[in-house]
Design a protein around this ligand. Structure first.
Ligand code: NAD
Length: 247
C-alpha cells in the first residue's frame, strides 16, 4: 500500500532509540524527510547514520531536552514547518505513588504533557495552512489500563489524551489529524528499565511475546499516511492484546 507521504517532512521526538526511532525509520522508508530530536547528540548522530543507510539520506538532528525551558524553546523553533509531528520522550520513573515527590510531578508534567501540548500548538497552524497535517503522540497502555507503580505516567498521559480529544476535533476539517499511539510491552530500553513490572506484563500478553519496535513504527506510519485521513482523536493500542477491555 502506498501511504502517499513521500516527500513530506516530519519532526520525530525521542528519536535516538526505541519507539521514536522506530517511527522515524518507518517514515523514512516511506520517503518522508525526517528530523530526529532527542537529548544526546552522539546517540542522535548514530541514529541518523543508521537511517541514512535505510532511507538514502542523512536526517537533520536536534539535540535538546524537552523537560527544560531552553530545550523546549529550541524544539519549538523548529516546529512550525513539518507536515508530520511525532511527540514522544522518556517515561517518568516507576515509583509507588507515596514516593512521588513534587519534583517528580513537575518533571513528568513538563516532559510527558506540556512539551507535547506546546509542540502541537506550534506546528498546527502551518499544517492547517498547507491543508495537510498528521500528529501522533506516543502515550501509553496505562491510559486504558492502570499499572501499579506507573501512576505518574498514567496521570500525565491522560492529561494529554484529554487535550487531544478536544483539539483534534477542531483541526479535522483542515485535514490535520491528531491521534495517540498507546504502546504496551514493546521491547525497548524503557521496557528493560521497568524490569519485573515489564516481565510480569509480557507474560500476560495474548500474542505470547513482547512487541517489536518496527511493529509500532508501522502503526505510526499508517496513522501519518494519506490513507488514515478519516481517523482522528483516537487512542490506538499496540500491545498484542494485553489491555483486556472491550472498547
Ligand atoms: P526509550 O527510553 O527507549 O526511548 C526514549 C527516547 O526519548 C530516547 O531517544 C531518549 O533520548 C528520548 N528522551 C527521553 N527524555 C527526553 C527528553 N526529556 N527530551 C528529549 N528526548 C528525550 O523509551 P521507549 O520504550 O521508546 O518509549 C517511548 C515512550 O513510550 C516513553 O515515554 C515510554 O514511557 C512510553 N511507553 C513505552 C512502552 C513500551 O512498550 N516500550 C510502554 C508504555 C509506554
Amino acid at each position: 500500500m502506498d501511504l502517499g507521504i513521500a516527500g513530506r517532512t516530519a519532526l520525530v521526538c525521542g528519536a535516538s532509540q526505541g519507539l521514536g526511532y522506530a517511527c522515524a525509520v518507518a517514515l523514512a522508508q516511506e520517503g518522508v524527510r525526517v528530523t530526529l530530536l532527542s537529548r544526546r547528540r552522539a546517540a542522535l548522530e548514530s541514529a541518523a547514520r543508521r537511517i541514512e543507510t535505510e532511507g538514502g539520506y542523512r536526517p537533520d538532528i536536534i539535540a535538546c531536552d524537552l523537560a527544560t525551558h531552553e530545550g523546549l524553546t529550541m524544539a519549538l523553533a523548529n516546529a512550525d514547518t513539518p507536515d508530520i509531528l511525532v511527540t514522544n520522550a522518556g517515561g517518568p520513573p516507576a515509583k509507588h505513588f507515596r514516593e512521588l515527590s513534587p519534583a517528580d510531578w513537575d518533571s513528568a508534567i513538563r516532559t510527558n504533557f506540556l512539551a507535547s501540548v506546546e509542540l502541537i500548538r506550534s506546528c498546527v497552524d502551518g499544517m492547517i495552512g498547507r491543508g495537510f497535517g498528521r500528529i501522533v503522540n506516543i502515550t501509553s497502555l496505562t491510559v486504558r489500563m492502570p499499572v501499579e507503580g506507573l501512576d505518574l505516567s498514567t496521570a500525565t498521559r491522560l492529561a494529554l489524551t484529554g487535550y487531544v480529544a478536544g483539539v483534534s476535533r477542531q483541526t479535522a476539517k483542515h485535514n490535520v489529524t491528531i491521534n495517540n499511539l498507546l504502546p504496551g510491552t514493546v521491547l525497548t530500553e524503557r521496557i528493560k528499565e521497568l524490569g519485573e513490572t515489564a516481565n510480569r506484563l509480557i507474560a500476560m500478553v495474548p500474542a505470547g511475546r513482547g512487541g517489536l519496535p518496527e511493529e509500532f513504527g508501522a502503526a505510526c506510519a499508517f496513522l501519518c499516511s494519506t490513507r488514515a485521513s478519516y481517523i482522528t482523536g483516537q487512542n490506538l493500542l499496540v500491545d498484542g492484546g494485553l489491555c483486556p477491555f472491550t472498547v
